[in-house]
Structure formats: C-alpha cells, structure tokens
Design a protein. Structure first.
Lengths: 555, 165, 119
C-alpha cells in the first residue's frame, strides 16, 4: 500500500492548520457564512439537517487498519458511534460540531487521512477498482494511476474553482466496478498488442439531472502522458464549461453541447500546445511512477494450492458459510487466496453504515488475515482484497459475530442508498427507509439467491448520489405536492454495459415502493430464460410486462 | 495613491499603485491607466502614443488570446474575478505566463480573497487588490502556507516528485 | 402560525426562537400568529451571524391538538432521522415529540397532502 512520506504529511498538517485558522476567523466574525461556506466545503464540512456532516476522503477507496481504527475512534469521540460509507468511497460522519472539526482534521492527519476536496467545485476523491491488485482480470494495477491523480489534483492551482465538481474513476479490468462511464472522466487501462499500456479516455458521463453515458474521446492514451492529457481536458472545461447555470455546469453538458468531435479536437489542440511550451512538463517522470508503483508491489503472498481444504470442509458442514462463500468470496489472482466482500447491507440496517465496533472488527480482521488492506466499494461495501482461502472461515466467523456476514453481494438487498431526507439538506425524500423496506421484503436468503444479480439504487433527490439512473432498478425520491413519491426506472447499469434506466411509469407513494419492487421481481422470475439476470430479461422484454404488472396492481 | 500587494522574490509586499482603474463610462484619467479590453481596442494606440503605461482589464468571459499581439506593449493585465468561485482567470494567468511569455504585471482584481493567494501566485499572478482587507502580511502567510506542491504550474516551485528525487 | 428556526453555528444543532433566545426543543419554540412579529424575530435572528446560520420561518399546522411544522423536512429537523430513533431530539420523547411523529402518520393515512408541504 502507498505510504505517505514527509512531503505528503506536511501537506496535510498545513491544510489542517489553515482550516483551524479559517474556523477561528468564522467564529470571531471575521468571515461571513457566505465567505466561510466554500472554505468549509473544501474540507468536506457541510451543514445538514441536524448537524454538520464531515466527509472524509478515502483515496481510491483504500485504507489500512490504523486508519479505519482512527475512523472508529472519531465516530465514538465526536459522532454517535457510526459512519456512513458513500458511493464516492468516502466516509461521512453526520453529527459533527463545527468547533470539533479542526481537532478532527488533526486526528485524521495523524494517520495520513484528510477531508481535502471531498466537496466544492474541484477535482474530487479519485475512485478505482476495489479489487485492484487482487483480481486476475486487471492488465495493471490502477492504484498507481489513481495515486498519481490524487497528488496531481490536490490543491491544483488552476483547477480548484471549476464550473462544477469533477469526478475521475480509474479501472484496469474489463469488468467495471467503478462506474467509469458515468464519471466526468473514466479511465480504463488497456494493454495493446505490443504490450504497451494505455488508457481509454471516457469524458462527459454523469448522473444528476441530465444523465449521460460518457463517450470515449481517445481509445489509447500512452500511460506516461496521462497527467498532461488530464490537464488539457480540465483546461478546456475550466475555460468553456458553463458557469451561468449550476444544473448545466458539469463537463457532460459541455461535451454534449460541443459534440464529441469538437470537444475532442479542442482537447487535443490544447494538449499539443502544452507540449510545445512544456518545460519539465506536467507528465510524471518515470522515476516517480516507479516510486509509486513500488508502493503497490505485491508482497507477502505464499505459494498455496488452488483449493483450500479447511474452506471446503467448512462449506460442506455449514450452509450459512457456504452461502457467504457463494456470494461474498471473489476469485483472486494468486492461487489459494480470495477477495472477501463485506456487505454493509444487513437487513434492517442503513445501507453503507458501519458502527465504530464494526470498523474495529474489520480493522482487526484485515490486520490478522488480510495483509492490512481494506477497500471501500462505490456500492457502499467493504473489501478485504487479500485473504488466504484457509482463513476465510475465521474471517467469516469474525464478521458474523459483528453482524457483518450478510451474504448478499450483488443481490436484491445489496442496495445503494444516499442518506436522503433523514440527513441531507438537499434531499426531497427519504432513501434509507425505502431501502430498509425492500431489504425486509427480500429477507429470505434462499429466494434472494434464486433471483440472482439485481442492483437497486436509491437517490433522495435528482442529484443522484444514490446512482439511481444506473440501477437495474433505480428509485428516485421526488417531492410531489409535499409528499414523498418515488420514480422507478428499469434497465440501468453502471458497469461495462453502462446504460441509463427507462422510466417505469408514474411515481409511487412511499408505502408502495417495496411492493412494486416485489412485483417487478415476480415479472422477471416469470419471464426469464436460463441464465438471464434481471437486467438481461429487461433488455429482452422491454418495459411493457413490468409496467403492466406494477400499474395493474394499482387498480 | 492606493496601495496594492505585489509578489516579488517569493514574498508579498505593499507597493504603491501607479495605475488608475478607468471604467468604460469614465473619462480617461491622466497618467498610467488600466482600461477594459473594448476601450483598449478603441483607444489603446492613442493612449500608448501619449507615452503612458497602459494596462488592460479582462472580464472572466474574455480570453487572453484577444491580447496575443498587444502583450509586448501592455504593462499590466488585470484579471477581474466577478466572484471568487469563478476560476477561469487561473487558466488565463497561466497562459499569459507559460504560453505567451508575458513578463509584465498580472494583477488580480475583483472578488479577490486571501484564500486564493496560493493558487494565484502559482498561476503567475504577481499583483493583488484584495477585497477582504488582507494586508501584505496576511497575504504573505496565505500564499506561503503550504511547504510543498504536488504539480508544476507557472511559478518556479519544485513539485513533490522532484523534491523526492 | 409560524416558528423561527436556524442551525447553531458552533455545533449545527437545530434551534428555535423563543423570546430573544435560541432553544433546542421545538416544544419550547415561540409561536407567531402575527406575521409582523415573526418577520421582526427573523430579522433579529439574521442579525446574529456568529450565533446561528440559515435563519428562516417555518409554517405550522395544528395536528392532534398541537402545532406541528407543515413540512416533512421540518418535522425531521425537529425530531431526528427516521432510521435512528435514538438520535436527534426525538430521543428525549415527550408529548410534543409524539405529536410530531403522529402528524407524520396522520398525513399519510388521510392523504392530506398539504400537511406535508415542504418549505
């Protein structure tokens, strides 16, 4: 894992000191709320319904046990004993006091963490494949590039006041676990026939009010030119992105307005000009890339047989464990190892929430069995990427004791939900209780497995933090004459087969949503042919049979 | 004479401002002036012939490319921030320095707060008219708060990856 | 009927105006039947930028014998998140808290959509 050096640490210390002085000026009345708000937002501090919310960056979703234990400690000391993992692989605390925030930033800095650029119109926390360095599918380790982007984007002097926020995802596997095509920039690492590495560069995807699947503007960008190419894209955006209308300010609107060809032409022209003037340039030298790469070098893997006897024995003896293995254990590139997904979607709980005690348990298990490596997925779960198959029974037992062994990864109850109106000042409707109602409906684990992969994503407003546009079933909370209603969409996908959902029909009231999902699932089970996922069936049949069933019920 | 903050040799200092800002609906004052782009395009030649120094003020809608051929005879390019959140002039400043090799003064005017000081200096601004009452000391502290930088920009600071070598 | 609300600067706590003070419980909030008095209190509140932020008036409606915020959002602010009943002001319980929680149920079952009007 990447370790911060003195330079990285002094950056964090300087930032924490700056924020402390800004809070001091605000409390003394030297800064107005209008002046202070953008400053606190640049440090991830929002004012929500009940308190301040602090959003802590987890760069490319990667942390170590010391960091997770610190988050648990902060949860106990400054919050109410829990935290919420987000679709940007960050962690939010919902009960923070402004007066404590400078101390919390100091505490975070002591374990190489921060809240830098987790809000504001800047380049946000970069996300990467949570299986990076562990999956056999990847052509290279995307974390090398994600870390390079983290550094380049941190306090970028030219791009800290963009027209709007800016999100970048990096993946190196054909199976996309980052939602790259609905990012401002999605980078897909590929290997050419001659062995050279390059990025497919996708620009102008996004969700929100006007969702777009991002087009590819370059099929193959040599990896060592990444930073200058990003700089060219951001420069075109910074100059020409709209600033007159917050809803039309994301890069997706610029790309759509100019057309992909013209946008690409402008980026490439800017890139060439940068080259001509570059003195030292912005591309990272090979030495720095090698240094970063070294930090992610695989370590500590033993030579193990492909199959694990203890795991197979436990599977045979214990159906609950066997179910966990079927759903939460993913193949690792090294024989005898596995990737363990930890679901934060236990029935009845809040999607993405973890208590301080649970954080400590995960930190302990990672330390003991997982090479000290913990990941956060954009689907609001955690991952132990390097677990010996022999140790999976012990990991499972530890998780189970902490209420973390829910065997539902990618299943119907593995629901993404934003905090919604229970916490968020922007929300129009609640998202969490809707997720809880649906999960309750599919409590039967047998049935959930029978249904198979089904991604439900819920947002409490059009900003789409819950990724509803790309849910196999997407649910959007709307405010209809003062009441909570929910707009359902079907057939979206945030994966490599990215697609935007189709609206099912008129919005449904709060208490009908879970039943409607149940009906949709029944239609799928009736219509599906062998091996079809919900998404496949929907794509074959179209919306008609689903619509008919849900709205027939209404009469 | 109003004062402004100047960035010189890696420090902020107070300086006397020899220039007068002239709005489009005002008569041009005597001495050195800063005028809008449209006024410069209309009257620039005449004013320069009078032997005074002329600066041009750009709104954030205006691109520095409009000045490409005039830069050698312009003393000041004043980039006006309508709101502190409008970041277009960071690019304009870098282009002036890095692409057009402008060696005159690049001045930040408008909604200019000390929180932007570090970014502005890095993008090539070297004169500031703070709107938040910041003096040279506050400006200096803000601009030099960070001991390191991660990326190259229009200044001479050494990025972390070079520091590490 | 109206009440004046804000968030306290120092800790973000939801607060309500009561005769020149900011109090934490909606049950203690001053109720304004007179628009002029409400606006005057609002102006007063907005004049305390180092004490509170986001000062605004909320509309109330009578539900089960007590005055409750019309808007669903405002009831959640006065109560706490619905997924953690032990968090927020609702944890304290009491007649007004119960009435607010009830107002929510009543709004749904009777379909009186105007009861849940957002500000």
């Amino acid at each position: 894992m990447y370790r911060y050096d003195t330079i990285d640490r002094e950056m964090l210390a300087d930032r924490a000191a700056e924020f402390r002085s800004q809070v001091g000026r605000r409390l003394a009345g030297d800064l107005s709320e209008d002046q202070f708000k953008p400053l606190r937002l640049m440090n991830g501090l929002y004012l929500q319904l009940h308190a301040y919310m602090l959003r802590i960056a987890i760069p490319y979703g990667s942390m170590n046990p010391i960091q997770l234990r610190k988050l648990a400690w902060i949860a106990r000391t400054y919050d109410r004993g829990y935290g919420h993992f987000t679709t940007r692989t960050n962690l939010q605390f919902h009960w923070i006091k402004l007066r404590d925030a400078p101390d919390i930033l100091d505490e975070l800095a002591s374990v190489d963490m921060h809240a830098i650029q987790t809000s504001g119109n800047c380049i946000r926390n970069v996300t990467a494949d949570p299986y990076a360095g562990a999956t056999a599918e990847e052509v290279d380790d995307p974390r090398v590039w994600a870390e390079a982007i983290r550094q380049w984007s941190t306090f970028h002097p030219e791009f800290s006041f963009l027209p709007r926020k800016f999100k970048i995802a990096v993946t190196a596997a054909p199976k996309d676990r980052t939602a790259a095509r609905v990012h401002d920039i999605g980078l897909v690492l590929k290997r050419a026939r001659d062995g050279a590495l390059g990025f497919e560069v996708i620009v102008g995807g996004g969700m929100g009010r006007t969702p777009h699947i991002g087009p590819t503007i370059r099929e193959f960008l040599p990896v060592n030119r990444l930073m200058s190419y990003l700089e060219a894209i951001l420069r075109v955006y910074n100059r020409h992105g709209r600033r007159d209308n917050i809803y039309k300010a994301r890069i997706k609107i610029l790309v759509a307005a100019l057309g992909v060809e013209e946008f690409t032409r402008q980026v490439e022209a800017e890139w060439l000009k940068m080259d001509a003037q570059a003195e030292g340039g912005v591309d990272l030298p090979d030495t720095e890339l090698a240094r970063i790469r070294g930090a992610f070098a695989p370590t500590g893997f033993e030579s193990l047989p492909l199959q694990s006897e203890p795991l197979e024995l436990e599977k045979a003896a214990n159906p609950a464990f066997a179910r966990f293995v079927r759903n939460n254990l993913k193949p690792h590139k090294k024989p005898g190892y596995g990737i363990v997904e930890i679901s934060l979607k236990a029935v009845g709980e809040t999607p993405g929430d973890a208590t301080a005690d649970q954080m400590d348990v995960v930190a302990d298990l990672a330390e003991r069995y997982g090479q000290g490596d913990i990941r956060v997925t954009h689907e609001q779960n955690l991952v132990l990427p390097h677990v010996k198959l022999d140790d999976v029974p012990a990991v499972w037992a530890g998780l189970r004791e902490a209420g973390l062994a829910t065997p539902n990864i990618n299943l119907v109850s593995d629901i993404i939900a934003c905090p919604g109106l229970d916490y968020c000042a922007l929300a129009n409707a609640r998202a969490i209780p809707v997720a809880q109602n649906i999960a309750e409906k599919f409590r039967d684990e047998e049935r959930a497995e029978l249904i198979g992969e089904l991604k439900i994503k819920i947002s409490g407003c059009i900003n789409a933090c819950g990724h509803h546009h790309v849910g196999h079933i997407g649910i959007l909370g709307v405010d209809k004459k003062g009441e909570e209603f929910y707009q359902l969409t079907l057939g979206g996908s945030g994966a490599e087969d990215a697609a935007l959902g189709t609206i099912l029909g008129p919005a449904l009231p709060y208490d009908r949503v879970a039943d409607a999902v149940d009906t949709l699932v029944d239609v799928y089970l009736r219509e599906r042919t062998d091996g079809e996922r919900f998404l496949d069936t929907f794509r074959r049949t179209g919306v008609a049979p689903f619509k008919e069933a849900v709205y027939a019920d209404a009469h | 004479m109003p004062t402004l903050i100047r960035w010189r040799d890696g420090r902020a200092e107070l300086a006397e401002d020899a220039f007068t800002h002239v709005a489009d609906d005002q008569d041009v004052a005597s001495g050195d002036v800063i005028i809008s782009l449209s006024r410069f395009q209309a009257d620039g030649d005449r004013l320069l012939h009078e032997g005074r120094k002329v600066g041009v003020r750009l709104t954030s809608e205006e691109a520095v490319e409009a000045l490409t051929y005039d830069l050698p005879r312009i003393a000041v390019v004043a980039l006006e921030f309508p709101k502190y959140r409008d970041g277009r002039h960071y690019t304009n400043a870098r282009l002036l320095r890095e692409r057009f090799a402008f060696t005159g003064e690049v001045r930040a005017v408008g909604d200019v707060l000390r929180e932007q000081a570090g970014f502005m200096v890095r993008c090539g601004f070297d004169a500031f008219e703070p709107a938040d009452g910041a003096g040279s000391q506050e400006w200096d502290a803000a601009a030099r708060r960070y001991r390191h930088v991660y990326q190259r920009a229009a200044d001479t600071r050494i990025p972390a990856y070079v520091e590490r070598e | 009927m109206k009440a004046l609300t804000a968030n306290r600067l120092l800790d973000g706590e939801v607060v309500f105006w009561k005769a020149g003070q900011w109090v934490e419980r909606f049950a203690d909030a001053e109720l304004f039947s007179d628009d002029e008095a409400a606006t005057a209190a609002e102006a007063h509140g907005k004049n305390q930028p180092t004490v509170v932020v986001d000062v605004y008036l909320i509309d109330l409606i009578e539900a089960e014998g007590v005055w409750a915020p019309i808007s669903y959002r405002e009831r959640i602010r006065a109560l706490g998140p619905t997924n953690h009943l032990a968090h927020g002001k609702q944890a304290e319980g009491g007649a007004v808290i119960e009435a607010l929680q009830h107002a929510h149920g009543a709004a749904r079952s009777t379909g009186r959509v105007n009861l849940i009007k957002r500000k």
